[in-house]
Design a protein around this ligand. Structure first.
Ligand code: FE2
Ligand code: FE2
Length: 454
């Protein structure tokens, strides 16, 4: 079971009056990092490297803008293959995914070692060997896992309003120069340039963060012409001796430096419609993590807004409530599917992992200036009126109305949907179960409003 530590550096100072879309997306990219089992800041640092390559090869500002968001969002599809990764390996998806990016899949021996190291770690050697054999015989498995991730990631970019070049970069991120990558086996210049840059940037980031500058540049050279476009590896060579660049990459202010890399004449601002799109897109990323949470965030937000409407909340508060509902389970991206999809009762240790997810939600959202106000509300959706909820054990007096609304909407949606350990319950039965806990778990006023809307 993976514990994902979160220590996210402070955001760059906000631009007076305007919210930059890059600030929102770069802060939320930490949620994508934890889904990939990567140390926080992986996407932001990959962006820093990729943008430097873009400068070296002389991309125009318009091209750099598309690339900038492709690099930040490269892992937007990461949650869509988490459940399947977990099922195939019989292991923690976060750990498998962490290894995945460093393994040289074109070397059969390395690929074999990766599978052998990761499958059913708790099982006997015989069961592990059986799983390795069955994995090896399913040749297309890796391709399928990558395809799901790439297609989904590209869809998310389109949903956010980015152009086809950005979507294509995300779709082709794991294609390799010699045609042995996935999902389509594109080769050479048939792979879009942004995809080639993202592929090199993400690998360099991981090797740099894990082993340092020398190892990062060595792996790029070693895989030049196999994984990577030789021209881009050559461009990286020009950066190799730029010590200030590598120091910034390793430093605590990398997010601020990255914010400055969005081409000035192309800076995108996040108005209310854009923020709504971001919240909806990330709700899809969250819900894709487990087959049992299909449309959970979207439906929970919809129920919450209807309950808030009955209780007379004005439009701006309803808008925030909807965004809080869409993003409330953001922290679940950092919880292994071994736990989320477990068919039986959770152990104490597993339960402790689940209880961390609102805290992850809080720590990611409060770093998005535009979502800071709703971070507390979103992260309070498992608190109870009697103080026995999590993650802070707040009591009724500390819970704003919006947090109480989210709590009833969340319980209602969760009980109404199928779960790994039980089927979906009919509305009447859900309300009966919830009624028994009114006052102790949920707010009576919010519960009555819920009854009136469902
Ligand atoms: Fe939750
Ligand atoms: Fe939830």
């Amino acid at each position: 079971v993976t514990t994902t530590p979160l220590s996210i550096p402070a955001p760059p100072p906000p631009v007076a009056g305007d919210i930059k879309l890059s600030e929102v997306i770069s802060a939320l990219s930490y949620a994508l990092d934890i889904t990939e089992g990567q140390p926080e800041g992986h996407a932001v640092k990959s962006c820093f490297i990729g943008m430097r390559l873009a400068e070296e090869i002389g991309l125009s500002p318009a091209e750099r803008s598309g690339l900038f968001y492709a690099l930040l969002l490269k892992d937007a599809g990461c949650s869509s293959n988490a459940a399947k990764t977990c099922m195939l390996f019989g292991a923690d998806d976060l750990e498998v995914k962490r290894d995945w990016k460093t393994v040289d899949w074109q070397s059969r021996w390395q690929a074999f070692l990766h599978v052998a190291r990761n499958v059913v770690p708790e099982e006997s050697p015989i069961r592990r060997a059986m799983r390795v054999v069955s994995f090896a015989t399913q040749g297309a498995v890796g391709t399928e896992l990558i395809q799901t991730r790439c297609e989904r990631g590209a869809d998310i970019a389109r949903m956010l309003g980015f152009g086809e070049e950005t979507a294509a970069a995300i779709r082709t991120l794991d294609e390799h120069w010699n045609g042995e990558g996935s999902p389509e086996g594109l080769a050479g210049e048939a792979i879009p340039l942004f995809g080639r840059i993202a592929c090199l940037a993400q690998t360099v980031e991981i090797f740099f963060t894990t082993y340092g500058r020398q190892a990062a540049c060595d792996v790029a050279r070693e895989r030049s012409g196999r994984w990577f476009d030789p021209a881009l590896v050559w461009a990286l060579g020009a950066v190799e001796r730029d010590t200030a660049f590598w120091e910034r990459l390793a430093g605590p202010d990398v997010r601020r430096h990255v914010a400055g890399l969005e081409p000035e004449e192309q800076v995108l601002l996040a108005d209310d419609a854009a923020l709504d799109r971001v919240a909806r897109a990330f709700a899809q990323v969250i819900d894709a993590k487990s087959p049992y949470t299909y449309r959970h965030s979207e439906r929970m937000a919809e129920i919450a807004v209807r309950v808030g409407g009955v209780l007379g909340l004005p439009a701006p508060r309803l808008r925030d409530l909807e965004r809080a509902g869409l993003l409330h389970d953001l922290g679940k991206l950092g919880v292994s599917n071994l736990i989320l999809d477990k068919p039986g009762k959770l152990t104490e240790e597993e339960m402790a992992q689940v209880r961390l997810h609102p805290e992850y939600t809080l720590r990611i959202l409060e770093r998005v200036a535009a979502f800071r106000e709703l971070a507390e509300v979103a992260a309070s959706h498992h608190e109870r009126m009697d103080g026995r909820g999590y993650h802070r054990g707040l009591r009724a007096g500390d819970l704003p109305l919006e947090a109480r609304i989210l709590a009833v909407a969340d319980i209602f949606e969760a009980l109404s949907a199928e779960r790994p350990y039980r089927g979906a319950l009919p509305t009447g039965r859900v309300l009966e179960i919830m009624r028994a806990d009114v006052g102790a778990a949920t707010c009576p006023v919010c519960f009555e409003a819920l009854v009136s809307v469902v």
